[in-house]
Design a protein around this ligand. Sequence first.
Ligand code: AHR
Length: 307
Amino acid sequence: CGSGGGATSATSSGDDTITMGFSQVGAESGWRTANTKSVQDSAKNAGVTLKFSDAQQKQENQIKALRSFIQQKVDIIAFSPVVESGWDTVLQEAKRANIPVILTDRAVDSKDTTLYKTFLGSDFVEEGKKAGQWLVEEYKSSTDPVNIVELQGTTGSAPANDRKAGFLEVVGADPKFKIIATQTGDFTRAKGKEVMEAFLKSNPDIDVLYAHNDDMGLGAIEAIEGAGKVPGKDIKIITVDAVKDGMQALADGKINFIVECSPLLGPQLMDLAKKVLKGEQVPPRVVTEETTFTQEQAKEVLSTRQY
Ligand code: AHR
């Protein structure tokens, strides 16, 4: 904690008001918008002063934001790293300045785990496995080849790496599942549409689309309909997130299965920040609880979906 604080204060301003610097990935998806709102609302409710910075999906912007937070002597830094690698130097700078760091949503691959206090977020490998398990079950009585195309998230990001790995671990056990094309759609609707259009042109025989998030899946649905095919029937679609638009498409039968990834990390983040600044022990890893949705389940919960 900062130098100006008295014996009982954990904050650099010397009073109890916590200043948190938060570096967000960007505004690439419905998930991200909901995550930003959750962090901002929870900061307000917890009486935390939030310095919020949007990196527009660029690591260099995040590094700049972290350095600026260090210079401003915030009490604590939280950030959602756009990619996994390349953080050691700036995290060492924060450590030297005595500013604790909390990773939210996405992981870093730093070997030195003392560079951050805890990592709050989903188990993305598990999400990929759940997507794969649904597919295995769906095709359990068929021996024909199943041609899969994959829309990956942002290259080098933890959710793209892990959702791919978890999925492969499950479907890779049966050679009938063939990933015939895989490419990044950067977690955006526009890119999801563009890449799916290219997939459709070069592959006449696609059975399944696995999209690493709802937004790319929703963009792909436009491409599939544009090609005169029926999403959810001619091509089965699995996505991750379960944001409202995704759940609507699931309830409408255009998506077949969604693995939930909760963006509502704000309240837990504020609790963890307070504990860290009081010098209390926090677990090194806090995993978000989440579920999965079929089309029937989506119809049931759609009206009460928060994001
Ligand atoms: O890191 C979480 C992922 O980032 C979400 O699944 C995706 O929608 C977002 O862009």
